[in-house]
Design a protein around this ligand. Structure first.
Ligand SMILES: [Cu+2]
Length: 275
């Protein structure tokens, strides 16, 4: 069964309700359980520090452009556990298309920005608690947060409007940037802008992956890489990195090259996933 990742801005009410219940179930798993949301979020920055950004991670001396394959493996691992814990076998991480007209005019989609959902319940796509009673310091305000937090909305929107390409501009970049390294660096810079635009815990590596929007931001990054691969070749630029480890997912670069082999696909229309 293929997992279809859908556009959060086009998601239907019943799909959104399913997604919320899946994330909530995942977030309620104890940190000690390595299938749970908080344990997996802890792999990225605090306490795991496994993530690859700007050709490095903090655990090895190697320099390599593993940003895209590492995060693909990371999302895959997260999604599998989300499916197991929620009992919804094909639930996928939705992607947030920050190049859309809606995001350029309103910023973060309502599915992630609403603090409360029906009957005043907390929105599991808006925030979650940090595990182990840990509090993260917001350098901007000096406040220590027990839950994920966001930055100033107006400042975030301004960054998106000024620094994020339009859909058309992005499509042109996907076509014209034929070199993997050049493309990966371009995409990573855009990625950094979004981390800053969401702000709060998302703008710091130790806390970023605890924010539920992290996964949808990275699904968009992954989807763009996939589109680039379709144009320029699946393994382009990674020929010499195929056997590198993407710890702690258990995958190596070679395993991440084809998303069809990982069992998921990006749905461009919801018609294909309504069944
Ligand atoms: Cu990121």
């Amino acid at each position: 069964m293929t997992t279809y990742r859908v556009n959060i801005e086009a998601i239907q009410e019943d799909q959104l309700a399913k997604l919320r219940s899946a994330y909530l179930a995942h977030q309620q798993i104890d940190y000690a359980d390595d299938r749970g949301f908080s344990h997996i979020a802890g792999h990225h920055g605090f306490p795991g520090n496994y993530c690859w950004h700007h050709q490095r991670d903090f655990r090895v001396f190697l320099r390599a452009r593993l940003f895209l394959p590492w995060h693909r493996a990371y999302l895959y691992h997260f999604e599998k556990k989300l499916q197991i814990i929620s009992g919804i076998p094909n639930i996928g991480i939705p992607w947030w298309d920050w190049t859309s007209e809606l995001s350029k005019s309103k910023g973060i989609p309502i599915a992630f920005s609403a603090e409360k959902i029906e009957r005043g319940k907390a929105n599991p796509l808006f925030s979650t608690r940090f595990p182990l009673g840990r509090r993260f310091l917001d350098p901007a305000t000096g406040i220590r947060h027990a839950e994920t937090w966001r930055g100033d909305e107006a400042e975030g929107l301004d960054l998106i409007q000024r620094l994020i390409p339009s859909r058309k501009e992005l499509e042109e970049q996907i076509i014209t940037r034929t070199d993997y390294g050049d493309f990966s660096d371009y995409l990573e810079d855009i990625h950094d802008v979004i981390h800053g635009a969401v702000g709060g815990g998302m703008s710091n590596v130790p806390s970023a992956a605890f924010d539920p929007i992290f996964w949808s931001h990275h699904a968009m990054i992954d989807r763009i890489w996939y589109k680039w691969q379709l144009k320029h070749g699946y393994d382009r630029g990674l020929e010499n990195m195929m056997n590198l480890s993407l710890a702690p997912s258990g995958l190596i670069v070679r395993d991440t090259i084809r998303i069809a082999e990982l069992g998921y696909e990006y749905a461009d229309s919801l018609a294909s996933v309504s069944g």
